[in-house]
Design a protein around this ligand. Structure first.
Ligand SMILES: O=C(O)CCC(=O)C(=O)O
Ligand SMILES: [Fe+2]
Length: 292
């Protein structure tokens, strides 16, 4: 029996058909069970040229914002105190960011966790040189109250723009299944390599998309190699959450070229309004369906 062909749950049926079409059912299953997955570039339908464009967009935006020259990421060194700052809100800086955010395969998996009305909350670069610094284990879903259960409210979808081969690349590390705890780690649980929980380093070649349920505990480890780790990080949310960024200055010509953009930025949402609703903003989430 093909349940998705019955039309009983249209928001979910569409996703199930997408997973089959894109050959990512295994990745959806990993999201539902381990709370994270890594989709390789060949399944995302992107080639080396796209990955290079995305990586160059990150590097050149950082160069422009900080007035520095970074150059070739495979050999470059940078001052992480400089490039670690002002890294947010990249969407309107380069079309490569818009294309990466609208990747249909990525969107199908993000919408599996957040519903079809998922919105882009924020985005930033990680440009990481050889360093001793690292990030403690945390959840990307701050503000979700204890008792909210295991449903995702936030998703991290990070494009790996350089290879993550092993721990020496300074990758993200995750605690599989930890979104089920429904809380962030306590201080004595939050050292990435000295926590009572099993931790795994993210692995994937450049051009892969790592996706995790926002409640999946993760951090990062020091980078022990020369050259840079480069990542395009996206934070997505359910449409009723407060997004990190205002996107209401989205350029009209960009929207014309990417008609799906207002919806993924939440610009079609009826709420909030001042004295009267805006007649151009009509989207209201009606459903009790978690896939809507
Ligand atoms: O990959 C890393 O360095 C961790 C980044 C992180 O915590 C995040 O993107 O939410
Ligand atoms: Fe995080």
């Amino acid at each position: 029996m093909d349940i998705s062909a019955q039309g009983a749950l249209p928001h979910l049926d569409t996703l199930m058909k997408d997973f089959e079409r894109y050959d990512v059912t295994q990745h959806a299953l990993e999201l539902d069970t381990y709370g994270f997955t890594v989709v390789p570039p060949e399944k995302l339908g992107v080639d080396d040229a796209f990955v290079e464009r995305l990586r160059n967009a990150l590097i050149s935006t950082a160069e422009r914002r900080h007035g520095v020259e970074i150059g070739d990421p495979s050999t470059a060194g940078i001052d992480e105190k400089v490039v670690g700052r002002n890294a947010w809100r990249l969407l309107f800086e380069d079309d490569a960011f818009v294309e990466a955010s609208l990747n249909p395969v990525g969107l199908s998996l993000i919408r599996f966790l957040l519903g079809q009305s998922a919105v882009l909350s924020g985005n930033l670069w990680i440009i990481k040189p050889r360093t001793e610094s690292y990030l403690k284990l945390h959840s990307d879903a701050p503000g979700i109250t204890l008792g909210a259960g295991t449903i995702a409210h936030v998703v991290n979808a990070s494009w790996l723009c350089t290879d993550y081969n092993d721990v020496d690349d300074g990758p993200t590390v995750l605690v599989p299944g930890s979104f089920r705890f429904g809380r962030k780690p306590l201080p004595h649980e939050s050292e990435p390599l000295d926590t009572p929980f099993p931790v795994v380093p993210l692995q994937g070649k450049a051009g892969s998309l790592a996706i995790w349920h926002g409640g999946t505990w993760h951090g990062s480890v020091p980078r022990k190699r020369d050259g840079l780790r480069v990542t395009y990080v996206q934070n997505w949310m359910r449409s009723y959450m407060k997004q990190i960024h205002h996107w209401d200055d989205a350029p009209a010509e960009l929207i014309k070229r990417h008609p799906e953009l207002p919806h993924i930025l939440g610009l079609d949402s009826m709420y909030p309004w001042r004295e009267q609703p805006d007649p151009d903003r009509t989207f209201v989430l009606q459903s009790i369906d978690p896939y809507a």
